[in-house]
Design a protein around this ligand. Structure first.
Ligand code: PLP
Length: 405
C-alpha cells in the first residue's frame, strides 16, 4: 500500500500554493484532482496517436479505437457490468440522465404515468425528468427525507403504484454526504417490475458499485469525479433496456445504414454514441480507473472513513457550528453552517487561507429547502486529504468565528 505522502505526490496540484498558503483541497464533491498518470495519458494521446475513433483504416485511428474500447472494458470490469455493450460513454452524469429521461421516456412514459425521485437529488436528476413530464404530461413523485437527510423508506413504498414507470435516485447526497438505501429501493421497485436508475456521480468516488450484484437497471457517473478528465461520463444500462429504447441523438457513428428514406441504427453501445465522443477523456478515464484499482478500493474507503470521523469530531467540537446530514451512513463529506455567519463569508475567509470548500446549494436546492436553509459550506474530502488538513480547516473556521464575532 502507498502511504499518504506517496499518494499525495501522485497528484501534482496538491503541492500548489494558493495566496502563498499550501492548497487544502476540500472540494472533491465538485471535481477531483488528477493523478500524474492521467495527465500523462492525455498528453500521450495528443502527442502520439490522436485520431478519430471507429473511422479510419490507418494506424493512428486503429490505435485510438483500440484504446477507447479498452477503456470501455475497464469501465465494464470496474462496475462489474455483464457486457461492454451495456457501457455507453456520455459527456457526464448529466448527459447520461438526460439520455435515459429522453429515450426511456419516449418509449415507456405516457400521460399520467409517474416517475419517482427523492428530495436529495442533484438538479441533474430532477430537471431532465421535469422536462419529460412537461413533454408527456406525466408526474414527478418525491421521496421525502427526515431532518438528517435520510430517505423515509416507508414513504417511498407508499409512492410505488401501477402508474410508476421508473425510479431514479442518487446513491449518495452530494449536498449532505448521506448514503441512500439503494438496495431497499431497488428491491421494492423490482418487486413491482419497475426499473431503477442510480445516479452514482458521488457514489462512484467513495463507494463504487457492482451493478450486477445490486441489480441496477441504469447507473450513471462522471469521469471527473473519479480522478479522470472532465467531459466524459458513463451510462450503464441493462442490455434489455438499452436495446428497447430509441437513441437520444442522431448523427455519425450511431448508424448502421443511412438513406433519405430510412436510417437503421447501429448496435449497442454505439447507438447511444452519436458524433465524435470525447475519446481522449474516455481513454484517460480508463487510466484513472487503473489508478483507483491499483490504489485499492478498500484502502481508499479506510482512509476516507478515518478522515470523516476525525473531521466530524473536530468540527462538532466548534461552538456555533451545525452539521447538516447527521447520519451514521455517510461518505467523507460534511455540510455545515456557522451560527450568525453567512456561508459565503465562511467560504471566502477559508479561501484566503488556501482552503477550498464549496458554498451554496450544491445544485440541490430542494434538499436545502427541506433543511430550511439557503445553502451550506461543504467540505468534501477524499483519500488524498490528511488529518493535518482537517486541523487547518478547524483552525480556519475558528478564525472565521473570531473575525465575525
Ligand atoms: N448527480 C450528482 C449527485 C452530482 O453530485 C453531480 C455533480 O455534482 C451530478 C449529478 C452532475 O454531474 P456532472 O456535472 O458531472 O454531469
Amino acid at each position: 500500500m502507498k502511504n499518504i505522502s506517496e499518494i499525495r505526490s501522485d497528484f501534482p496540484i496538491l503541492s500548489e500554493k494558493v495566496y502563498g498558503q499550501p492548497l487544502v483541497y476540500f472540494d472533491n464533491g465538485a471535481t477531483t484532482q488528477k493523478p500524474e498518470i492521467v495527465i500523462n495519458k492525455l498528453n500521450e494521446i495528443y502527442r502520439k496517436f490522436n485520431s478519430n475513433i471507429h473511422r479510419g483504416v490507418h494506424a493512428l485511428s486503429d490505435m485510438a479505437s483500440e484504446e477507447y474500447e479498452a477503456a470501455r472494458e475497464k469501465v465494464r470490469s470496474f462496475i462489474n457490468a455483464d457486457k461492454k455493450e451495456e457501457v455507453v460513454f456520455t459527456p457526464g452524469s448529466t448527459g447520461s440522465i438526460n439520455t435515459i429521461a429522453f429515450s426511456f421516456g419516449e418509449k415507456f412514459i405516457h400521460k399520467d404515468d409517474e416517475i419517482i425521485i427523492s428530495t436529495l437529488e442533484h438538479h441533474a436528476n430532477i430537471v431532465p425528468w421535469q422536462m419529460l413530464c412537461e413533454r408527456k404530461g406525466s408526474k414527478l413523485k418525491i421521496i421525502p427525507v427526515n431532518d438528517n437527510g435520510e430517505i423515509l423508506l416507508d414513504e417511498y413504498y407508499k409512492l410505488l403504484n401501477r402508474k410508476t414507470k421508473i425510479v431514479a435516485v442518487t446513491q449518495v447526497s452530494n449536498a449532505l454526504g448521506v448514503k441512500v438505501p439503494v438496495k431497499e429501493i431497488v428491491e421494492a421497485a423490482h418487486s413491482a417490475n419497475i426499473p431503477v436508475l442510480i445516479d452514482g456521480a458521488q457514489g462512484i468516488q467513495h463507494a463504487g458499485t457492482d451493478v450486477k450484484k445490486e441489480d441496477f437497471d441504469f447507473y450513471v457517473f462522471s469521469g471527473h469525479k473519479i480522478y479522470g478528465p472532465a467531459g466524459i461520463g458513463v451510462l450503464y444500462g441493462k442490455e434489455k433496456w438499452l436495446s428497447e429504447i430509441p437513441p437520444y441523438q442522431g448523427g455519425g457513428d450511431m448508424v448502421e445504414n443511412v438513406t433519405f428514406e430510412k436510417t437503421t441504427y447501429g448496435s449497442l453501445p454505439f447507438k447511444f454514441e452519436a458524433g465524435t465522443t470525447n475519446f481522449p477523456s474516455a481513454i484517460a478515464l480508463g487510466t484513472a480507473i487503473d489508478y483507483v484499482t491499483l490504489t485499492g478500493r478498500e484502502y481508499i474507503t479506510e482512509l476516507e472513513n478515518d478522515l470523516l470521523s476525525y473531521a466530524t469530531n473536530r468540527l462538532s467540537a466548534i461552538e456555533g457550528l451545525k452539521i447538516y446530514g447527521n447520519s451514521p451512513d455517510k461518505i467523507s463529506t460534511i455540510s455545515f453552517l456557522l451560527d450568525g455567519i453567512h456561508m459565503y463569508d465562511t467560504g471566502m475567509v477559508l479561501d484566503k487561507l488556501g482552503i477550498a470548500v464549496r458554498t451554496g446549494t450544491h445544485c440541490a436546492q430542494p434538499v436545502m429547502e427541506r433543511m430550511g436553509i439557503n445553502g451550506t459550506v461543504r467540505v468534501s474530502m477524499c483519500f488524498y486529504n490528511t488529518r493535518e488538513e482537517v486541523d487547518a480547516l478547524g483552525e480556519g473556521i475558528e478564525k472565521v468565528i473570531r473575525m465575525f464575532e
